[in-house]
Write a protein that binds this ligand. Structure first.
Ligand code: NAD
Length: 498
């Protein structure tokens, strides 16, 4: 039995048989459903619903909005298992990992329950005689979120929970590869008391995204996905006069210094490179061994760990790594491993031929490890987004730092060392947005902000934390005087706040 996933507009599922795409279970390779792909008529409907819901939602008090978010948080907690199962079923990652990602999304909902405090603005008394001035933040209107396949619960929650708590209405366009979670999220938000039209979901591909990008009633766009698409979304969206934050891909380096605890570094690298089959924007995909002797030990220890990875369907117990998301993505990752061999890197562990027993038609790949990778190779410069770790050997810390800083991506990075001065210098000088010191995946918590640098971000404002609130609101500053007497005189010079 296969299922249909369609749009959610104005508090209702909207069936759409015009265009559809298959949904796969990556662990079996079977088609398990069909997702509708919206055209511009459907997009118009969703934006119209969000536009008409905006005035009353913006006028709803921040406390009332926060209470609905609190109910939503409770419902998300109650439904964590169901959400996590849907993530695993359509994405492939292990159930525990899926649960963790749902929790990281709930953390953002928890944070936005405090939105009344964040929105309360500032007040300055007596900026001039009898004149006061204050700033308030107001919502933008209809906001759009376009999300990638790798976090089908967490990333939509980064966006719409924040936008809605600020008083905006929202149209979510989730990834067509794992669309089911978006509908459950919208239904839970409705159950929590969110009025119709405040949160809408359009399923779709480029056609839906293009229609959203040029829609005159859309005020702001949040995008997370690959760099070429992020860059083009940013260009088109800003040309259309919209506020845009567009997050792109990554190539995250982990520097291993000679004084690091090797076992800790190897544990960290195994999880950060192969967890979620490397399909994380904060995955470590490059290990930088500082000195050859570090490289030798690291590669030897990593090799034996990679060969023992427990790979299988994400719903099975004790699995460490699931399949890749689609056969197409499998082919892409395999083509990069082929390329690495052609480019002359040493393929120490080759995951291309791996198939688990009983799941030979799933999109499984074993972990792969390249040694002696150089900065000019494409397997080093480009994002692979699979279970492939490249080891680059450098002679000293300065070369390691330069390597990271010369790379076009700047999402996350980590250093393993016992030397405080080296760690501090790294954190201060590295041109990357999120840094881990003896922490392999430094994903900031909900009350901090998440965002990379360089080709990993287009636009200035990162997601969640107070920056998320800034993105989804505009500031208004009011200067007021309530004169005691009626005397007044025209002033022709700029007020200087005497
Ligand atoms: P993707 O760029 O293929 O798709 C992302 C979204 O854009 C999807 O909703 C998709 O439907 C839409 N899309 C795809 N092609 C489009 C086109 N030509 N025009 C308009 N819209 C289009 O990304 P993905 O494969 O779903 O996700 C993986 C990528 O996301 C990786 O590059 C990963 O690094 C990145 N990512 C980045 C972050 C971050 O915070 N920087 C977080 C998660 C994922």
């Amino acid at each position: 039995m296969t299922y249909q996933v369609s749009h959610y507009i104005n508090g209702q599922i909207v069936e759409d048989k015009s265009k559809a795409q298959a949904i796969y279970n990556p662990a079996t390779g079977n088609v398990i459903g069909q997702v509708a792909l919206a055209n511009s008529t459907v997009v118009d409907k969703a934006v119209a619903a969000a536009k008409s819901a905006f005035p009353s939602w913006a006028a709803t008090t921040p406390s009332r909005r926060a209470r609905i978010m609190f109910q939503f948080k409770n419902l998300l907690e109650k439904n964590t298992d169901e959400l996590a199962k849907l993530v695993t079923q359509e994405h492939g990652k292990t159930l525990n990992d899926a649960r963790g990602s749902v929790q990281r999304g709930i953390d953002v909902v928890e944070f936005v329950c405090g939105m009344p405090y964040l929105l309360k603005g500032s007040y300055a008394e007596d900026v001039a005689t009898d004149v006061d001035s204050y700033s308030i933040r107001q919502p933008l209107g209809v906001c759009v979120g376009i999300t990638p396949f790798n976090f089908p619960v967490m990333i939509p929650l980064w966006m719409f929970a924040m936008a809605i708590a600020c008083g905006n209405t929202f149209v979510l366009k989730p990834s067509e590869k794992d669309p089911s979670c978006s509908i459950l999220l919208a239904e839970l938000a409705r159950e929590a008391g969110l009025p119709e039209g405040v949160l809408n979901v359009v399923q779709g591909d480029k056609e839906a995204v293009d229609a959203l990008l040029i829609h005159p009633d859309v005020q702001a766009i949040s995008f997370v996905g690959s760099t070429p698409i992020a860059e083009s979304i940013y260009k088109t969206g800003t040309q259309q006069g919209k506020r845009v934050q567009a997050f792109g891909g990554a190539k995250n380096h982990c520097i291993v210094m000679p004084d690091a605890d090797m076992d800790q570094a190897v544990d960290a690298l195994i999880g950060a490179a192969y967890g979620s089959a490397g399909e994380r924007c904060m995955a470590i995909s490059v290990a930088v061994a500082v000195t050859d002797s570090v490289g030798d030990v690291l590669v030897k220890k990593m090799q034996s760990r990679i060969e023992k990875l427990k790979i299988g369907p994400g719903l099975s117990a004790d699995i460490e790594m699931g399949p890749l998301v689609t056969q197409q993505h499998w082919e892409r990752v395999k083509s990069y491993i082929d390329l690495g061999v052609t480019e002359g890197a040493s393929l120490v562990v080759d995951g291309r031929g791996f198939k688990p027993k009983d799941h030979s038609s799933g999109f499984f790949m074993g972990g792969s490890l390249f040694d002696h990778v150089t900065a000019s190779m494409r397997i080093y410069r480009e994002e692979i987004f699979g279970p492939v770790l490249c080891v680059v050997r450098v002679p000293d810390f300065e070369s390691a730092l330069k390597l990271v800083n010369d790379h076009p991506y700047g999402n996350g990075t980590a250093i393993f060392t016992h030397d405080g001065y080296t760690a501090r210098t790294f954190a201060s000088k590295v041109q990357v947005g999120m840094i881990g010191i003896n922490i392999p995946i430094p994903v900031p918590v909900a009350y901090q902000t998440f965002g990379g640098w360089k080709k990993s971000i287009f636009g200035d404002i990162p997601m969640h934390g107070s920056d998320g609130m800034h993105f989804y609101t505009k500031i208004k500053t009011i200067t007021q005087r309530w004169p005691k007497d009626k005397k007044s005189a025209a002033e022709f010079v700029i007020p200087t706040m005497k």
